[in-house]
Design a protein around this ligand. Structure first.
Ligand code: FDA
Length: 394
């Protein structure tokens, strides 16, 4: 039965990054808010993020660091709640932080501090938190939304879906946001695993033997390029450069790896002039990790002293090393993907409030929406910003 106590101004479904932020902000603005999650623990992805230190934002956040069917969609929310705003909150809680690299901000201590901050913000607003209860059967009438939550029938004027994307199901990830979107007539852009290791086919076995070797590279897909480390694994390729490029990769596509970033294509010819008695493999060893140099050398099929190798062959080898083509056989899928590309289509949502254009009172925030950030704190910044955008509207 629906009693007076089961009526809320807003129910926020999903106590992850976006849901915690949204519920706290909405409640602090005076709304009666219920925040519900089917997990027993809120913010599980936050807790394991950034190797347990949570890369909670990126000071270089800008809309061009996000993938979306509409590259303008994220602008409004990101400009109204910035990386500096979240950093100010972190500092207000006395949480020590540092910039690791490329604008990525991490806790000095533990990701638990970020979950603690968000729960305290919820407590300050008087958010009611329900954990470990499955949700089913969302319906809507003129008065708002009704949903079943662990045997309770809940009424809410507004429903904020913050249940994230399907990456890492063992952490409680689900496709609930997509199902809810479709139920209410919104389009869903086909979800794909992103920020995910790529697998290599059998004929690339040579590279699989390099498992554990890491190298500074530029990974490319079309015009998109990332200059970071790549890591060979027993199944294929990983490391930040590969995770970044995986978000742009579609099955069947090739990716390019520049194993000699910043080096001119003439470098082997120049090395020949300077040290003609240097062995080709030794020349590569001076440029690349040992095991990688050995594997690439046998692939290139060149050996002997540089002085005995024609300039054309050396130019050809350098050109290949600067754009080595791989055709991944697949990715490690949603089980290993840090995020999901695709999701609830932005055309159906207000970029200002995250409200569904045709369903007043229904909001989608966070990773469930077709906005996906690069590796490096961008996805949390989207969660905070989209959460605040909805909170200001509910
Ligand atoms: P999020 O997944 O955080 O929360 C969704 C919540 O909804 C979960 O609590 C879930 O239990 C709940 N839920 C799902 N279905 C439900 C249902 N049917 N009913 C009720 N509740 C339901 N990003 C970043 O910026 N910096 C980083 O350091 C990292 N590191 C990182 C590491 C790893 C291993 C992963 C997997 C991911 C990251 N990320 C990251 C990405 C980041 O974690 C992710 O983008 C955000 O958590 C997304 O926030 P959301 O709130 O949208 O979803």
């Amino acid at each position: 039965m629906t009693g007076g106590n089961d009526r809320y101004d807003a129910v926020v479904l999903g106590a992850g990054a976006a849901g915690l932020m949204c519920a706290a902000r909405a409640a602090q603005r005076g709304a009666r808010v219920l925040l519900a999650d089917h997990n027993e623990t809120p913010g599980r992805k936050i807790l394991i993020s950034g190797g347990g230190r949570c890369n909670f934002t990126n000071i270089h956040t800008s809309p061009d660091r996000f993938l979306s069917g509409n590259r303008h969609f994220a602008k409004s929310a990101l400009s109204r709640y910035t990386a500096r705003d979240f950093l100010a909150l972190v500092e207000a809680y006395g949480i020590a932080w540092h910039e690791k690299t490329l604008g990525q901000l991490f806790c000095d201590g533990s990701a638990r501090q970020i979950v603690g901050l968000l729960l305290e913000e919820c407590r300050k607003g008087g958010v009611e938190l329900t954990l470990g209860q499955p949700t089913s059967g969302v319906t809507r009438d003129e008065g708002g939304f009704t949903l079943e939550l662990g045997g309770r029938s809940i009424r809410a004027a507004q429903l904020v879906v913050a249940t994230g994307g399907p990456s890492i199901p063992k952490l409680g990830a689900s496709s609930f946001a997509y199902e809810a979107a479709r139920q209410f007539g919104l389009k869903v852009v086909e979800p794909r695993p992103a920020l995910v290791p790529l697998t290599l086919p059998g004929e690339e076995l040579l590279f699989r033997e390099l498992s554990g070797v890491s190298s500074d590279v530029v990974a490319s897909h079309g015009k998109t390029r990332f200059h970071e480390a790549a890591l060979f694994t027993h199944r294929g390729l990983s490391g930040p450069a590969i995770l970044q490029i995986s978000s742009y990769w579609y099955p069947g596509d090739e990716i390019g790896i520049d194993f000699l970033p910043g080096q001119a294509p003439e470098l082997l010819v120049e090395r020949k002039r300077a040290q003609p008695s240097l062995h080709f493999q030794s020349a590569l060893r001076g440029l690349l990790p040992d095991r990688l140099a050995g594997a690439l050398c046998s692939r290139l099929g060149l050996s002997g002293d540089l002085g005995n190798l024609p300039d054309k062959a050396l130019r050809g080898a350098a050109a290949r090393l600067k754009d080595w083509r791989f055709r991944p056989s697949g990715s490690e899928g949603f089980a290993k993907a840090e995020v999901t590309v695709g999701g609830v289509g932005t055309a159906g949502l207000s970029s200002k409030t995250m409200e569904a254009k045709n369903v007043p009172g229904l909001y989608f925030i966070g990773e469930g929406v077709d906005v996906t950030g690069w590796l490096g704190g961008y996805n949390f910044q989207w969660a905070w910003a989209s959460g605040v955008a909805a909170a200001e509207a509910v």
